[in-house]
Design a protein around this ligand. Structure first.
Ligand code: ADP
Ligand code: MG
Length: 519
């Protein structure tokens, strides 16, 4: 060809290649990991995130922090995805996974500087990740968990989170009770547990409700606010004068005809209420609008009624009580009704909430989370969600391992031992992986105020002499001790997922040597 260069990319395209592309991607990934490092563990600090519109989120949760940060760099974005995957798959360990990914990148940078080929690094990392999974398997201390262990798993996932004035230990009890209510031979029905937040009381008022809570207000103050052994109707219709009646032009020539027209209207409204009462309904949820006069008739019958009930609430009412939706009150009969042991309308400040407890159709429970402010209940909700998720995976996905960095120490050790038999330069990458895993106990030590190097030396020494050892906080500082004795347990699934998702992101970034960005 000769002479003319050939342009296949538009002029605006920015292209970074080889070492530059790698170091820019690695730097971005490391920066993301660094940003959440101080939040790891029970002594982790919180972050306050302020959006450009001024909304404030205060949290210790890795996934939430990364989600709220406006991260643009594509490689950095991959680390955000690590946290997202971790959150979706197992509900906890997001900080662990992202800082592990960051440290794998940092170690890769050193290897690249020493001229280890990216492909060799990727192979070594995959080999090491496989070894890490074996090590985790060996660390599993129990798969058939008793309530005490479940409470410990729940508590370990909440320690260090902002749970208001309520101790993680008390919340952990509520979490395990909730799980117990929906656990069966088929596993934990996690979807039947809802968290409902309500500002206005201290967090210690958080309680477990054996049923569902919906945000609806009774139609009239004349209606009962509490019904036991309730028969429940769900109606998807407007209970108003039908349009054709209103629009009709009455040729009224005398007072009798006028009265007749009004009477016809009243009759239609009265019939709505009569049909509902005749079906034996105690409480009716209507998704449409209800005329004030219908509300009055219903109140006269002692029926508790709600209008404009939103579809999510209808779904949970139907699921919990076994009520069938009916399109017209005319066809409503006993078979369509759901049942609940109790329905109570409770008032919280200006808000009213309907508690539907002991629904006949399905076991559904709600953790009713309280807190003094919006920020407190939001963080409490995140902590509860993590705790519910970890107890679920501990029960359904392979048990628990020692927490507080002990499992990571074991992983590091296992990988180093096995690395000896790995041939060539790949061994360097396998060893580097073990060093990256060390960052977890090191960071836990740092965040408790210990010297990270001393702590790691102590941890390894304990491990060598056959003891399980992690970093536990005591008073103002940290100590090296047995996490199992201190009740610090993590689900094995959280560790497995962290290894997989961190390895995947780090190897993907290391493999890139050409960034072509169109603008
Ligand atoms: P992640 O987002 O990775 O879950 P966390 O801030 O929740 O981050 O910290 C999790 C780490 O803290 C785990 O390694 C866990 O074992 C450890 N941990 C939890 N509770 C304690 C405790 N009481 N003492 C020491 N370590 C703990
Ligand atoms: Mg956690």
């Amino acid at each position: 060809m000769g002479g003319q260069p050939m342009f296949i990319l538009s002029e605006d395209t920015e292209r970074t290649r080889g070492g530059d592309a790698q170091s820019s991607n690695i730097a971005a990934g490391k920066a993301v990991a660094e940003s959440v490092r101080t939040t790891l563990g029970p002594r982790g600090m919180d972050k306050m995130l302020v959006s450009d519109s001024g909304d404030v989120v205060i949290t210790n949760d890795g996934a939430t922090i990364l989600d709220e940060m406006d991260i643009e760099h594509p490689a950095a974005q991959m680390l955000v995805e690590v946290a997202e995957t971790q959150e979706e798959e197992v509900g906890d360990g997001t900080t662990t996974a992202s800082i592990l990914a960051g440290e794998l990148l940092s170690q890769a940078e050193d290897l690249l500087d020493d001229d280890v080929h990216p492909t060799t690094i990727v192979e070594g990392y995959h080999e090491a990740a496989r070894l890490a999974q074996e090590a985790i398997e060996e660390e599993v201390i129990a798969t058939d968990l008793d309530d005490e262990q479940l409470v410990q798993v729940a508590e370990s996932s909440m320690t260090g989170k902002g749970t208001g004035d309520v101790a993680a230990a008390d919340l952990a009890g509520t979490v395990v009770e909730a799980i117990g209510a929906v656990d069966s031979e088929d596993g934990v029905d996690r979807d039947s547990i809802t968290i409902h937040t309500q500002v206005g009381a201290s967090s210690s008022a958080t309680e477990l409700i054996e049923g569902v809570i919906v945000d609806e207000e009774p139609l009239s103050p004349e209606m009962p606010r509490s019904v036991s052994d309730a028969a429940i109707g769900v109606v998807e219709e407007d209970l108003e004068v039908t349009e054709s009646n209103i629009d009709a032009e009455y040729q009224v020539s005398n007072v009798d005809q006028l009265n007749a027209a009004i009477e016809a209207e009243t009759e239609q409204l009265r019939e709505y209420a009569e049909s509902i009462a005749a079906a034996g309904v105690d409480v009716v949820f209507v998704d449409g609008d209800v005329d004030d006069r219908v509300a009055t008739y219903l109140a006269d019958h002692g029926i508790l009624a709600f209008e404009g009930v939103d579809s999510d609430d209808v779904d949970s009412i139907v699921a919990a009580t076994g009520a069938s939706r009916v399109a017209s009150v005319k066809t409503l009969d006993e078979d369509d009704l759901g049942q609940a042991e109790g329905i109570d309308v409770r008032k919280f400040g200006d808000d009213e909430r309907v508690f539907i407890e002991g629904g006949a159709a399905a076991k559904a429970v709600t953790v009713f989370a309280r807190g003094g402010t919006e920020h407190v209940v939001d963080e409490l909700e995140r902590a509860l969600r993590d705790a519910l998720d970890v107890v679920t995976v501990a029960l359904d996905a392979g048990g628990v391992v020692p927490g507080a960095g002990a499992t990571e120490v074991a992983i590091g050790n296992y990988i180093r031992e096995e690395a000896a038999s790995v041939e060539g330069r790949k061994q360097l990458a396998v060893d580097a992986y073990a060093d990256a895993v060390d960052l977890i106990p090191r960071t836990l030590a740092e965040n408790t105020g210990m010297d990270p190097i001393d702590a790691l030396v102590d941890l390894r020494a304990e491990f060598e002499s056959g003891n399980t050892a992690g970093v536990l906080s005591e008073g103002q500082t940290g100590i090296v001790a047995d996490p199992v004795e201190h009740g610090v347990l993590d689900p094995a699934a959280v560790k497995r997922e962290a290894v997989d998702s961190a390895t995947e992101a780090a190897t993907m970034i290391v493999r890139i040597d050409d960034v072509i960005a169109s603008s």
